[in-house]
Design a binder for this molecule. Sequence first.
Ligand code: SF4
Length: 148
Amino acid sequence: MRPILVSACLLGLLTRYDGAAKRNEKVLEHLREKGLIPIPVCPEQLAGLPTPRLKTCFATGGGAEVLEGTGTVVNSEGEVMNRLFLKGAAETLKAARIAGCAEALLKERSPSCGVHRIYRGENIVVGQGVTTALLQRSGLAVFSEEDL
Ligand code: SF4
């Protein structure tokens, strides 16, 4: 039995910006089948953001660019959220280290958790969320519910 970091909303926890969950039966089945121990994390809650909270997307770049200081993640009121998203990513990496996770299963298209695609404004583009980019840089294997 090995631990795996999982986006809390995919497990059915009410962590999304709108106060809802995104429980995913394929994810739960995958965890059962492989005998994985899910470590639920929500980077945005770990950053100290409230739930519900304002919707957020990238204005420029993606998660990798936010790590490098050239990208911007903004909320629906146009406020730059980089500092808090970086904090959430760092706290999530800490959780991974504490639990001994070498992999993570995260929610596609989220500005924190997106693995292959993210929202830039209203458009879906290729890119990673801020937490995903940090976890990948730190050596974790990251995949999404759409890879199952
Ligand atoms: S930050 Fe990640 S875990 Fe939290 S609600 Fe968004 S997609 Fe789910």
